[in-house]
Design a binder for this molecule. Structure first.
Ligand code: AMP
Ligand code: GLY
Length: 443
């Protein structure tokens, strides 16, 4: 079976790795950078912009591709799945319409309202910043300001983190509307949820879901959750599939919400096929939906795909054929700790073209997995670009051992201008999460 994976980041390297672990899969790739990990796994690749629908469709026809998997959200929004569908090439990713669950935040919130899905937050959209003032005041300024469309993770701003007061909040509201940040002269204002954030990813065939282990990502650049928001600096998951602050009941609540979203998308006439990603905030008042993504998370895909023992291509086929109900996932009962290596200055102004030496053999011997992201390979080193460079995933019986394994492997990654958030997955930071949740619950 010929499988084409679109995207050249660490998430896509993990997807390609899962594809190659399958019995009868031949891998093809379209990526904008030359990911050295993907290059090694693929039978053939095309270096092309991941939103160039025409070129990607042409490549899929030329290579007689049977199945396409799309990594990045921008490619979903560009409508690759719809165009491939017209020529009868199946994709294990949602159509442009179903992907609106991620690409149009107003539509997503309206869908939740219409189908009375639990975990909603107070929210409203505005096209006039003056009219937003009353809504923000009613929420005592405790709000989050979001552009409607995609902004590559950089458009959302949170009161307390990004705004000192309502005046600053309104300045940003005005900016989003006037500059049409996120594609529309409109802004979404949401109630700010306070708690611990986590990700729940699942496979969906349009009717049913199969959830994976819960993961906690770390968006802030600097240790102890300081600094700017990034695409994600690293993530962890636990051997029981839960998180140290998350109970089984709460996990199941999250899965039930994703299931209801899939059912409501089906009722809206846009059947959702592919991985779905729920970002939740566990608050003193239960689970709240922060966002829904129409794809795997990056880095969260690295945690869950590293543990998947079921043949990934079989799961993809079941998603397309609407037969997930007959499948049971085999997932390793292990903990994972993932840490990204990023260029110095990442999130502000990355140092581009810097050398990173990666001792792949020694990393492998630690038991860790290595996933390349936005780097270019030259001789015996890789060079940085503006985005994240590579990720290491430690996999062990418990989180303490997985974190140590990840750190051991990181000693085999050397560069003068790289940065790593070493605190991810450490007992100290995990205890902080537990204490925070206990404090909110009044325990
Ligand atoms: P997004 O770009 O939608 O992933 O949002 C970026 C980050 O903003 C999320 O990961 C959260 O940490 C934060 N955030 C978004 N919406 C809310 C909300 N309603 N309440 C609290 N934090 C939020
Ligand atoms: N890790 C956040 C995301 O993939 O959107």
């Amino acid at each position: 079976m010929k499988i084409l994976v679109v995207g050249g980041g660490a998430r896509e390297h993990a997807i390609c790795d899962a594809v190659r672990r399958s019995k009868d899969a031949q891998l093809y790739s379209v990526m904008s950078n030359l990911n050295p990990g993907i290059k090694l796994l693929a039978t053939d690749y095309l270096q092309e912009n991941e939103t160039n629908v025409e070129k990607i469709v042409q490549y899929a026809i030329e290579k007689k591709i049977d199945l396409v998997i799309i990594g990045p959200e921008a490619a979903l929004e560009a409508g690759i799945v719809n165009e491939l569908d017209k020529i009868n090439i199946k994709s294990c990713s949602p159509s442009k319409e179903a992907a609106r669950i991620e690409t149009d935040k107003e539509w997503m919130r309206n869908l939740l309202k219409k189908y009375k899905i639990p975990g909603q937050l107070k929210c409203q959209t505005f096209t006039d910043s003056k009219k937003a003032k009353g809504f923000i005041e009613d929420l005592n300024g405790e709000v989050v300001v979001k552009p409607i469309g995609l902004t590559g993770g950089k458009g959302v701003k949170v009161a307390g983190d990004h705004f000192k007061d309502i005046r600053e909040t309104l300045t940003y509201v005005k900016e989003v509307i006037e500059k049409k940040i996120g594609g529309k002269a409109k802004v979404l204002i949401e109630e700010k949820a306070v708690g611990e954030e986590f990700t729940l990813q699942a496979f969906s065939d349009g009717k049913n879901i199969l959830p994976l282990h819960a993961v906690q990502d770390h968006k802030r650049l600097l240790p102890n959750d300081q600094g700017v928001n990034t695409g994600g600096m690293g993530s962890y998951s636990c051997e029981d599939g839960l998180l140290p602050f998350l109970s089984k009941g709460e996990y199941e609540e999250g899965a039930a919400i994703l299931q209801k979203i899939i059912e409501s998308l089906d009722k809206e006439g846009c059947r959702y096929i592919g991985p779905i990603y729920g970002q939740f905030m566990l608050t003193a008042d239960g689970l709240k939906i922060i966002e829904i993504n129409a794809r795997f998370g990056d880095p969260e895909a690295l945690n869950v795909l590293s543990l998947l023992d079921t043949d990934f291509v079989d799961v993809c086929k079941a998603m397309i054929n609407n037969t997930l109900y007959s499948k049971k996932l085999k997932i390793k009962k292990k903990s994972t700790v993932c840490k990204y290596v990023v260029p110095e200055g990442y999130g502000i102004k990355s140092m581009i073209g810097e050398k990173i030496f990666v001792d792949e053999e020694s990393i492998k011997k630690t038991g860790s997995r290595l996933f390349y992201a936005s780097v270019n390979k030259e001789n015996d080193f890789v060079t940085t670009s503006s985005s994240r460079s590579l990720a290491i995933v430690g996999i062990a019986d418990n989180i303490v051992e997985a974190e140590k394994m990840c750190e051991k492997a990181l000693t085999y990654v050397k560069g003068d201008h790289i940065f790593i958030r070493h605190d991810i997955g450490t007992p100290k930071l995990i205890q902080k999460r537990i204490d925070h949740m206990n404090q909110l619950r009044g325990m």
